[in-house]
Design a protein around this ligand. Structure first.
Ligand code: URA
Length: 211
């Protein structure tokens, strides 16, 4: 069954850059650079429906009513550690946004997310939260992060990932049908270790050159 809250960003630049990330011989420095570029394009799509209001501006030639952003202020929340790889691209486009962090790791045996850090702005309930993580695999980390954000008062959340697995999308939608998901690609499936196939490998390891 299709996921009604899913938007796949199938822009040619997004698809091209994602292919560069998938290539196993893309070196760490280039991987970081491309991930940053790709995340700027994702941020552009996530903010496509931000409301505008009219603002009277005086140009060197005339005064007129020009559009400016209105509505909720933004907060970007990164799911560490791989979320850090796409944070800069979002900040480039949204330099005034607040930034929050959720630290989660996957328990090796069960793949259950374990929280080790949580810090978001105090006024999170007044902000549109853009939750970011390059990979939506089992979906459990994103589900847990959204639970914590809602507990902290967040009322308006969008999730941005680069690669999603169908299993993760279903799990996430079952838990949080109110949260729209944006992905650059939906891949085939998960393997037995919870990695996305074909995917791009371990995004954190490829970003930081660890193993
Ligand atoms: N996390 C990753 O970094 N890669 C995967 O394929 C799955 C989870």
């Amino acid at each position: 069954m299709p996921i009604p809250t899913l938007t796949v960003v199938d822009h040619p630049l997004v698809q091209h850059k994602l292919t560069l990330l998938r290539k196993k011989d893309t070196p760490t420095g280039r991987f970081r650079e491309v991930m940053r570029e790709l995340s700027t394009l994702m941020a552009y799509e996530l903010t496509r429906d931000l409301p505008l209001e009219s603002f009277s501006v005086e140009t060197p030639m005339a005064r007129f009513d020009a559009p400016i952003l209105s509505g909720k202020k933004l907060c970007i929340v990164s799911i560490m550690r791989a979320g850090q790889g796409i944070l800069d691209g979002f900040i480039t486009l949204l330099p005034s946004a607040r930034v929050g962090h959720v630290g989660l790791y996957r328990e090796q045996e069960t793949l259950t997310p374990v929280e080790y850090y949580f810090k978001v702005p105090e006024d999170i309930e007044e902000r549109l939260v853009l939750l970011i993580d390059p990979m939506l695999a089992t979906g459990r980390s994103a589900v847990a992060a959204v639970h914590r954000l809602k507990e902290a008062g967040a009322a308006s959340i969008k999730l941005a990932v680069l690669v999603a697995a169908p299993e993760g999308l279903r799990t996430f939608h079952d838990s949080h049908p109110d949260v729209p998901v944006y992905a650059a690609a939906v891949d085939e499936r998960l393997d037995e270790q919870g990695y996305i196939l074909p995917g791009l490998g371990d995004a954190g390891d490829r970003l930081y050159g660890t193993r």
